[in-house]
Design a protein around this ligand. Structure first.
Ligand code: GTP
Ligand code: MG
Length: 446
């Protein structure tokens, strides 16, 4: 039998109000012991809370949610206490004396999942919503919590089951070849499904970007003004700026909110042949981060004439931005050469003097990229790498089904596997390994 758990649902520390949550079969007994007769369900009621000696612990707002119509599906209660340490401590002791135990991180949501109140995608959305730093992250998590993710996967799964049923019916007549119209019909349906999964996979990156953040690396030659730009964009002197080339060694990361999206901006070591072990390692890290990033802001000192810009050319890609810095100084040959490199290789160019204009035009360019990469009219079919993995498996199964199609028993097995991959996303099957990892990331009280 499950035990009854409780936890602080609000952040620890002194506050006007602290909310304690209770869930489990003894929630009502504990509520009676502390507050006397329980209030009407879902009706906020003021009650004096007392311990077993009759000592008054607090005057609290008490809410009673009988199961199964509660967050966890069990009997639940919420006590809105005065948010001081002594009150919280007193009520905690009284609940433990009633036989309740403190909840593990995510245990309430885990119970909700186990009692069928949420599917796995929705449970993930609860974690994402609590973690959301930007409005876009929050909006995506709310859509997912509302079942947007599950609905798409459920639709695909039920269409796969339809195909499966037809194919299995055909298996029952083994003496005859599968009638050509059945092959054609199943083939068309599987192909349509595969096309939809394909499209979803192509757009999955935008869902992941909203959740995890859009990664932007500032790269370029030493002394080009990378750290100056980093400080300007983040509005904080987080990186050291000096006139000595090779100042930045480590990666420095900061989080920005751009058009409501989360952006992870990194300042990196200037790219050149490293002068010592530390610089060589810094440059290695700079290259690796830049290679992984969604966008590179390539800072070029347009007044330099040592050809230092060339060391960055292997890293930049079509769609990156060439930031020509030090507009307040005269342009040298390096500036002109780098400009033609950008034109030939499909890089937009922006001219700034970061000391004077704080790189405002770069922020505009960045905003356009972020919106373009993260936006999408429709809710994405994947918001975590786990979803992408399962969708990729489903896609491979569907392709195999198509090539096996003249043999219904083989094709049926492939379609079954594809449906199984989708079931793993919503958590209908194979969830145990995912559950522990997911709920460990929750706060206590969620
Ligand atoms: N005149 C002028 N100087 C600038 C401008 N931007 C940066 N600088 C100067 O250029 C020097 C190098 O700037 P940083 O931002 O440290 O350059 P960095 O690219 O981070 O250099 P490393 O970390 O060594 O790779 C500093 O002295 C800055 O003040 C600019 O727009 N105009
Ligand atoms: Mg620097």
């Amino acid at each position: 039998m499950t035990d009854t758990i409780f936890a602080l649902a609000t952040a620890p520390g002194r506050a006007a109000v602290a909310v304690l949550r209770l869930s489990g079969p003894d929630a009502l007994t504990a509520l009676r012991a502390l507050s006397g007769s329980p209030p009407k369900p879902r009706r906020a009621t003021v009650r004096r809370l007392r311990d077993s000696d009759g000592t008054v612990l607090d005057q609290a707002l008490v809410l009673w949610f009988p199961g199964p119509d509660s967050y966890t599906g069990e009997d639940c209660a919420e006590l809105s206490l005065h948010g001081g340490a002594a009150v919280i401590d007193g009520v905690t002791r009284a609940l433990i004396a009633e036989g309740l135990r403190l909840a593990q991180p995510g245990e309430f949501t885990r119970r909700a999942f186990e009692n069928g109140k949420l599917d796995l995608g929705q449970a993930e959305a609860v974690a994402d919503l609590v973690e959301a730093e930007t409005t876009r992250q929050a909006r995506q998590a709310l859509e997912q919590l509302g079942g947007a993710l599950s609905r798409r996967h459920e639709d695909w799964r039920s269409r796969m089951v339809e195909v499966l049923v037809r194919l299995e019916a055909a298996v029952d007549f083994p003496d005859e070849d599968l009638p050509p119209e059945v092959v054609a019909e199943a083939g068309a349906k599987v192909e349509q499904l595969r096309a939809e999964v394909d499209e979803a996979l192509a757009r999955a990156q935008s869902g992941l970007r909203v959740r995890d953040g859009y990664r932007v690396a500032i790269i370029g030659a030493p002394n080009a003004g990378k750290s100056s730009l980093f400080n300007a964009l983040s509005d904080h002197d987080g990186a050291i700026v000096t006139s000595t080339p090779g100042t930045t060694r480590d990666i420095i990361e900061t989080h920005l909110t751009v058009a409501g999206y989360r952006v992870i901006l990194a300042d990196t070591a200037g790219l050149r042949t490293g002068r010592d072990e530390i610089e060589v390692e810094g440059i290695r890290r700079a290259r690796a981060w830049a290679d992984d990033a969604d966008l590179r802001l390539w800072v070029i000192d347009r007044a330099a004439s040592d050809g230092g810009w060339r060391a960055s050319t292997p890293l930049v890609r079509v769609g990156d931005i060439g930031v020509f810095n030090k507009m307040d100084l005269a342009e040298s040959g390096d500036g002109a050469e780098a400009r033609s490199f950008c034109a030939i290789n499909g890089l937009e160019t922006i001219d700034i003097a970061v000391n004077l204009d704080r790189g405002a035009k770069v922020l505009d360019g960045l905003q356009a990229r972020v919106v373009d990469a993260s936006g999408g009219a429709e809710f994405p079919a994947a918001t975590r790498a786990r979803h992408v993995t399962q969708l990729t498996l489903a896609r491979a199964d569907l392709s195999r089904a198509l090539s096996n199609l003249p043999q219904p028993e083989l094709a049926a097995e492939d379609v079954r596997l594809a449906a199984r991959a989708l079931e793993r996303i919503t958590g209908r099957v194979g969830v145990e390994d995912v559950l522990d990892g997911l709920f460990a990331t929750f706060c206590i009280g969620k």
